[in-house]
Design a protein around this ligand. Structure first.
Ligand code: UD1
Length: 455
């Protein structure tokens, strides 16, 4: 598994022109300054796939320079889509000549990305068949695709499992259906949107995810000619249309990246203005940030996050589906919580294995205990499977530099923050993984005055 990660990390680093995937950080210095965030990884990659559904080109703006964008670009090109960069951050996607690609070709581009699963609906509409290789993604829990396959089956797809992946056909075309997800999965909701939008008839999706990135995807599909209504209680109704045209769209900002830099400001006693961040999509995060003792100032064109110099306070947080506290925010926040005065408890209820990164923090001097089952009864926003872990973080602890290895995207960023907050030198390997979702993070570290070098 480690050598697989190494390869992924090296490939990811290469895709965005990183010369090395090991970084040496001399920590203990506050991060101060301004950086910009652009389009959200969790929207941009899906918006690129949506372009496949049209019969004319689309233009996507605010595209970040992250390796996951390169992965989707490669996958689209393997399927005959012409992708041109009109200017930095602006892509033109022309689906006029969509064609089939083989497992090997898809695999070569996808690596461990889970994005190929979202190609199913668009390819079934355009070509009548789709191949999906074995899927990876960040190794946080098993990350199954059963919701996706069941939804596709409900819409009329025939799913055949082969040795090296999955082959899908739709002999009678995709047909609208009533679907209820067992859990408001982001990916499965997108799967239904991208598949039902050109299906014959109406699809009613119950227990849908309603994350801001999904709303932005719906906005894109509406620009393309779709009829989709978001109704109360997580119901989305999609009235199928025969044809869709290309869109012009500026992607919603990356709220996960913004929350990560906000936590970095807190953990390092710093002051970071995140240009492009907006309050509305971060309200839940901002509430917790304030409870921990972090300060923020909402500006016209961004948000300033800073440590006010007074002791940080412990919190109880439960990750949740939107509008709850997002699972991607807990890893960077936990680094800040190691500096709070008292005991914090973070429950992870979305993924079954997202606290692995805390081992490295403990090596650096943190006091974090992970309980495999929750330690308190918590109120549930939506019913879900009995999977939850709790991390108990006792602070404040003195962090010191260590040699650590990036396990996944968000865990990796929290290792970076911990190293920046720690006294002494840390060597972090596998940082290529971080470039999957954090645009130009090396340049941003430089802008914020971090003391480091790539080796
Ligand atoms: C997306 C985001 C990720 C975020 C997550 C939850 C992208 C690229 N990634 O991931 O940053 O953390 O939403 O907000 O947008 N599940 C199943 N079967 C399925 C699908 C999911 O059991 O077929 C489970 C997963 O294992 C997980 C939970 O449902 O426990 C939520 O997963 P999901 O919302 O689908 O996450 P992603 O779309 O993969």
């Amino acid at each position: 598994m480690n050598s697989h990660l190494d390869l992924d990390s090296r490939k990811a680093a290469q895709r965005v022109g990183l010369t090395s995937d090991t970084i040496v950080i001399r920590g203990g210095k506050p991060l101060n300054g301004r950086i910009e965030v652009r389009g959200a990884k969790n929207l941009v990659t899906k918006a690129m796939v949506a372009a496949l559904l049209a019969d004319t080109p689309s233009i996507l703006k605010g595209v970040p320079e992250i390796s996951d964008v390169h992965v989707v670009k490669g996958l689209l090109e393997a399927h005959g889509v012409v992708v041109d960069e009109l200017m930095p951050g602006e892509l033109r996607l022309d689906p006029s000549n969509v064609s089939s690609a083989h497992f090997a070709e898809i695999n070569a581009h996808a690596g461990s990305s889970r994005i190929p699963i979202l190609f199913c609906g668009p390819l079934l509409h355009q070509l009548g068949e789709a191949f999906i290789p074995d899927l990876g993604g960040c190794r946080i829990g098993d990350r199954p695709i059963d919701f996706h396959l069941n939804a596709l089956r409900a819409l009329g797809a025939v799913v055949e499992k082969l040795d090296d992946g999955i082959h899908l056909t739709a002999p009678d075309g995709l047909i609208g259906a009533n679907i209820e997800l067992p859990f408001p999965s982001v990916g499965a909701t997108e799967q239904v949107l991208l598949s039902a939008v050109r299906a014959e008839g109406t699809t009613e999706l119950k227990n849908a995810a309603i994350e801001p990135e999904i709303m932005d995807l719906i906005a894109i599909l509406q620009k393309m000619g779709a009829i989709i209504s978001v109704e109360p209680n997580r119901v989305i109704v999609i009235e199928g249309v025969q044809k869709l045209r290309g869109y012009v769209h500026t992607a919603i900002f990356d709220r996960n990246e913004a929350a990560s830099w906000a936590s970095a400001a807190l953990a390092t006693h710093g002051d970071i203005t995140v240009g492009g961040a907006k309050q509305q999509e971060l309200m839940t995060f901002l509430n917790v940030y304030r409870k921990v003792g972090g300060e923020f100032e909402v500006l016209e064109d961004g948000i300033r996050f800073y440590h006010p110099g007074t002791p940080l306070k412990p919190v109880m947080v439960e990750t949740d589906v939107h509008p709850g506290f997002m699972t991607d925010w807990q890893q960077p926040l936990i680094v800040a919580l190691t500096q709070a005065e008292g005991t914090s408890v973070v429950h992870e209820t979305v993924y079954e294995n997202r606290f692995g990164f805390t081992d490295a923090l403990n090596t650096m001097g943190a006091d974090i205990t992970v309980h495999q089952s929750g330690i308190a009864s918590i109120t549930r926003r939506v019913p879900r499977r009995p999977l939850e872990q709790a991390a108990v973080v006792t602070g404040p602890t003195h962090l010191t530099g260590a040699d650590v290895r990036v396990p996944d995207l968000r865990g990796g960023f929290s290792h970076l923050i911990a190293a920046l907050a720690a006294e002494g030198t840390s060597t972090i390997s596998n940082v290529g993984i971080i470039s999957r979702g954090y645009e130009l993070f090396i340049d941003k570290l430089e802008q914020l005055g971090a003391d480091f070098e790539l080796v």
